[in-house]
Structures are given as C-alpha cells and as structure tokens.
Design a protein. Structure first.
Length: 395
C-alpha cells in the first residue's frame, strides 16, 4: 500500500478510505499523517519530525476519536515541544509505572469518590496494573502493548471478562486524567475500546436466589441475631444496596411522614433516594429502634464497616447468596407480582438514561412507590408465613 500526499480533511479521509491501495495520507500543508487501520473506518494520527538527519514518526492519537480539526490544531505546539527536545508522550512521566503511582497518590485525596470505589481502584492498580505495566515506556503504549502485557495475561490468570474490563477501564481513566490535567501531551489510550481486545458479550450476573426462595430465606433471616437480622431484612424489604444500608442513620427516617430519605452522598447514582414506609415496614422499624444503641441503624456510635457488613452477610447466608442477591431477588419478585417496570427502576434508584428521563417521571411519585411497596411487603409477609410453616414441618 502506498502513501498519498493530499490536503488532509474529513472529505479526503472518507474518500480514500475506500481505496485499499492507499495505506496512509500525508498532509501537503504540515507534517501530519493518517495511517488507515485494516478496517478502514479508523486510523492512527502521526506527526513526522527530523532529528539528526533521521525521520521519526510520533503517534499522537486515533481517528475518528481525535477529530481532524483537533489533530491539525495540535501540530504547531507539538513541533515546538519537539524542537525543545521534549518527548511528545509525556512532560512529567517516562513510564506507565510512574503514571500509575501518581494516580494512586491523587485518588487518596479524591474524596468525591466513595471509599469503596477508591479502595477498588487502588487494588486494581497495585495487584494487576503495576505488576504488568510498570516498566513500559509511555511512548511504547499502543493497542498491541495493552493486549500483550495486560489483557492476555489477565485472561491467562482465569479472571472473568467483566473483571478484566474493570481493570482496563481503570487504566484508561488514569491516562485520561493525566491528559486532562496536562501531565501528558498525548493520551495513547484515547479511542481505545475494550472490544478491540475481547469481543465476548458480558452478560449480567444471574442472581443466586429465585422468587420461590424468598419465603425460605425470609424465615431464615428472622431467626438470626438482631443486628444481622435487621440488616438483611431491611435490604430485603427495600432492595437497598449494602453500602448505603450499612450507613443508614435514624435521622434519615421520618416516622411522621413515613418515608426514608437516603442522601446522595451514600447512593451510587449520587441522587437522593426516597422510599415510603409501609405499615408492615413501620412496625419492623419501630422494633429495630428499640434495640438500637446509637445514631446508626446497623451499628452503634459508628456505622459498621464494609468488610464487617460483608462478613456478617456471608456468615448468615452460609455463602449461599450475597447482599446483592437480595436486591436482585426483590427486583425479580416485583416483575413476578406485576409491579410496573418504571416504578421498579425508581425503587432501585437506577439512574434513568435516554428516553427513561422522559417516561419515568410519574414513576418517581411517592404515592406510586408506596402502592408498589405495599403490594410487595404484603406478598413478602405471606411468603414469610409459608416459609415458617415449611421450616416447622421439616423440623
């Protein structure tokens, strides 16, 4: 395939993309080049420089992620940097390891992210990214490098595809943050997608509890010590996430108006979550409060920690299900007993997207959510009675 000298613009790129004899375009007005990828719908932007009589190519981004006009606008500054002896890939770092260590220090101070989120990112970097990417030069980072040094080794370590995608996303976020803050001139991961490496569709993880298991599980929960019983029962009643549940304060519950308001600082969607309190839930919450010894529903002077909450759930469930399985089971039950999809989404506090923003409005009504939870709680207590009877007969 040959190189063609043209005035590079969007029209020229699209026109020559159909000509398989053309492998790359060289701009007539600057040192910019575009090398087509095999698919011909993507390409790599390069800048040509001459140092000590040698011609060098510097990768500066990917088309169409890096738009044509933006690639042209970068050329003067990049040539200036090259003339000053700078490396295009970085002004602060030379290796991926240095970049990752910078991000570790930054995320420790990034309090807008939840503690559990920060802990997950730190673990991903320390346990998986640094061991595999630490010594790689920034100028060497490209798709094949990511594939050979990270993706394939993670696959060979028998990690799930969904887990590998999370680690890829963390690495991409590290590069994006450095580029946004001006610490690297060129983001070599801009335009890279996880599907470039693994095309397998990641299916949602199936819950370990079926709707018909609810009665048995609810009966089991009622026989547990108070703190873990109240924790699990609350999640089963309201399908809340364990992170927001373990940090629940009594001040979030208004017994007069009969509603719970979980503040945005606790929710995954960073939006307040308002839940009505049904008659059945009201009585249970009153019972909870009688045994409470502090401002938190599931603790004392302080909320129970994430690890302690997980430990309690695993021990109580005998590893047969997780806290999130209770949430999934509640959602499956709502579908089974005919609760409207939009209402169920709001009860889960899922973040609406696209047309959901238009159609989901009425489903956020406290009255509508109350009716749905009353229906669910009535069903739940019927299952609890059935499960108790079955357990008694089995004994």
């Amino acid at each position: 395939m040959r190189s063609l000298a043209v005035a590079i613009n969007d029209t020229a790129i699209k026109n020559h993309a159909t000509d398989l004899a053309v492998g790359e375009l060289s701009d007539l007005r600057s040192r910019l080049q575009l090398r087509y990828h095999k698919c011909r719908t993507k390409g790599t932007w390069c800048l040509v420089s001459y140092q000590n009589g040698q011609r060098k190519r510097h990768r500066i981004g990917y088309w169409p992620a890096l738009k044509t006009k933006d690639a042209h606008s970068m050329v003067p500054d990049l040539l200036k940097r090259l003339g000053q002896g700078e490396q295009l890939q970085s002004t602060e770092f030379s290796t991926v390891g240095q970049l990752l260590n910078w991000y570790l220090q930054r995320i420790e101070q990034e309090t807008v992210k939840s503690k559990s989120r920060r802990k997950g990112v730190v673990s991903a970097i320390n346990q998986h990214l640094l061991p595999r990417m630490e010594k790689i030069l920034l100028c060497e980072v490209k798709k094949i490098t990511i594939d050979e040094k990270l993706i394939l080794p993670l696959q060979n370590a028998s990690l799930k595809t969904s887990t590998i995608r999370q680690y890829f996303a963390v690495l991409k976020r590290v590069f994006a943050s450095a580029a946004e803050l001006g610490l690297i001139t060129v983001n070599p991961m801009a335009g890279m997608k996880f599907s470039d490496h693994i095309q397998k569709r990641i299916l949602p993880k199936a819950g370990k509890l079926r709707v018909q298991d609810i009665g048995r599980v609810a009966s089991m929960i009622m026989g547990l010590p108070d703190q873990v019983k109240h924790l699990l029962l609350f999640m089963l009643l309201f399908a809340t996430r364990i992170g927001e549940t373990r940090q629940m304060r009594w001040s979030y519950i208004d017994f007069e108006t009969r509603q719970i308001v979980i503040p945005e600082k606790l929710t995954k969607t960073e939006a307040p979550h308002v839940l009505p309190i049904t008659d059945l839930a009201y009585q249970l919450l009153c019972d909870f409060k009688q045994t409470s010894k502090g401002p938190y529903l599931f603790g004392g002077a302080d909320a129970i920690t994430s690890s302690e909450a997980d430990k309690q759930v695993r021990a109580a469930a005998k590893r047969q299900f997780s806290a999130h399985d209770l949430r999934k089971a509640a959602r499956s039950t709502w579908a089974e007993i005919g609760i409207d999809y939009w209402v169920a989404e709001r009860l889960l506090n899922h973040k609406p997207k696209g047309l959901d923003l238009v159609y989901i409005g009425g489903a956020d009504s406290l009255k509508v959510k109350r009716e749905a939870l009353e229906q669910y709680h009535k069903w739940l207590f019927e299952q609890l009675e059935t499960g108790h009877i079955q357990a008694t007969q089995a004994a």
